[in-house]
Write a protein that binds this ligand. Structure first.
Ligand code: TYD
Ligand code: MG
Length: 456
């Protein structure tokens, strides 16, 4: 007979304690311990002493490569972030804030998947609601089965019965098992249910997309253990006020985590944005000061983005510095470089920086465009929108080499820019190969001379 005992579980990291504590020693959060009932069933004793049943360790050559062939979901942006498609038996956790479009994305993937049956289990929406949503989307998959269910035992039985080619669970926080007494969404429930689904999925080689909610702090609600056990963690992000949605992998056992998928939320669902540059650049800004175009790379994909700056005299003693989509500390560093190395006085100025389109860029190669936009706004002199910039700026004002410069130049050329300013430190670039004008600069001053001289 299993024994029930009470434990306290941190809802943030999943640490346990026999008595209530206010401050979690494991993750440092306050007031996260909640009483839960744990049923400890007597563990079956595994005999390891008998060498007859010990498995033989294998060399790499001996390990059979079986069913790991990935398959395309039919949604190329989703595939890109997964690393080329879904791997049978893998568990993908799709996290994001409420209303960002997780259910829409999962439904679209379920409906575009070709040649495989899909089981879509929703504990959040009724079947009617799903039907209503699907009528807004244009895709249809006759092999997609829908079920409104929250009990783990029933879900597992359904997987057995249907043996789907893909399983979608919306969301893991609504699934609960009878084995545990605490309510749905609690740490023990999430942990137990994920483990149950995972065991079944691995045994039957069914790929699973698990939808998970995100807490205010931005981590997937529930314990961190969830992120440890799944194979891939995807974050769906974006500002609800912007139409762009960005899908990133923060963990991927079957691919790189540097890839990024871009979608646009429309009235008929999520549209894949395969050429982000076209969306992120506004050609109407020609002739306006404070904007310049950077050739950035996220993952392996180059795209051009507009960097906007507004510099004005500070109304009060302390000048304001604010950056959206760019690291504020890096902006402060670049302003200090401008002051010290190029002799521009910006101490008494408010500086606001914005990466157009509401996306966040971590690529240091946009430094040069940041500097250029700031000065353009400061002197109210427009930079030609036919120019594009790529270059990291160092503390001495030098323009440092950037990664994959050829791809950046290629993208700028493809989009019809007439000139790109690149670091001279990037060696081995075949200038003759391109039709676009390439200016190679050693430091910030050289770049500014080209930009502002050409413009007047
Ligand atoms: P949803 O997928 O329900 O978000 P989540 O599952 O992450 O909570 O979608 C949320 C928003 O998307 C909803 O507020 C309406 C919007 N939306 C559209 O703009 N167009 C559409 O075609 C669909 C289906 C949703
Ligand atoms: Mg949803």
């Amino acid at each position: 007979m299993p024994k029930a005992k009470t434990i306290y579980v941190c809802q943030s990291c999943g640490a346990t304690s026999p008595k209530w504590i206010g401050h979690c020693p494991s993750c440092g959060e306050w007031n996260t311990y909640v009483e839960e009932i744990e049923i400890s069933s007597p563990k079956s004793k595994r005999s390891v002493s008998n060498s007859m049943i010990l498995e033989k360790p294998l060399t790499l050559q001996e390990i059979p490569l079986g069913k790991t062939d990935r398959f395309s979901t039919g949604n190329s942006e989703f595939d890109r972030v997964l690393g080329g498609g879904l791997v049978p038996g893998s568990i993908v956790l799709l996290g994001g804030e409420p209303g960002i479009g997780k259910s829409t994305l999962a439904l679209q993937v379920a409906l575009t998947l070709k040649g495989k049956s899909v089981l879509y289990i929703s504990g959040e929406e009724s079947l009617e609601q799903i039907k209503l949503r699907s009528t807004r989307l244009s895709d249809e998959n006759g092999q997609c089965l829908f079920l409104s269910e929250t009990l783990l035992e029933n879900i597992l039985a359904q997987i057995d019965r249907i043996n789907p080619g893909l399983l979608v669970i919306d969301s893991i926080q609504t699934v609960n098992t009878e084995m545990i007494e605490s309510g749905a969404g609690s740490v023990s429930q999430i942990r137990e249910c994920t483990a149950g689904i995972m065991k079944k999925a691995k045994a039957m080689s069914v790929p699973v997309i698990l939808i998970g909610h995100i807490t205010k702090e931005g981590s997937i609600a529930g314990p961190k253990v969830l992120e440890h056990v799944v194979d891939t963690v995807l974050q769906f992000e974006g500002d609800r006020n912007f139409m762009y949605r960005i899908l990133r992998a923060s963990k991927n056992r079957f691919g790189s985590t540097s890839e990024m998928g871009i979608f646009e939320m429309r009235h008929d669902g999520l549209r894949q944005v395969s050429n982000p540059s076209e969306l992120l650049i506004n050609s109407e800004h020609q002739g306006l000061s404070g904007a310049s175009i950077a050739a950035a790379i996220e993952g392996v994909r180059p795209f051009l983005i507009e960097v906007q700056a507004l510099v004005s005299s500070a109304a009060y003693g302390n000048p304001q510095r604010s950056a959206t989509g760019f690291d504020l500390r890096r902006l402060n560093m670049l302003l200090a470089v401008l002051e010290k190395r190029a002799g521009f006085k910006l101490v008494t100025k408010d500086v606001f920086l914005n990466i157009a389109g509401g996306i966040k860029v971590t690529d240091p190669a946009i430094d040069l465009a940041v500097i250029c936009s700031v000065l353009s706004s400061n002197f109210d002199k427009a930079v030609s929108m036919n120019f594009c910039l790529a270059g990291e700026v160092g503390l001495t004002g030098e323009v440092r080499p950037v990664s994959r410069l050829e791809q950046r130049i290629g993208e700028a050329e493809k989009l019809g820019f007439s000139k790109i300013i690149v670091p001279a430190a990037n060696k081995g670039i075949d200038l003759k190969k391109y039709n676009i004008g390439i200016a190679r600069v050693k430091n910030v001053n050289e770049a500014l001379r080209i930009l502002f001289k050409n413009d007047n």
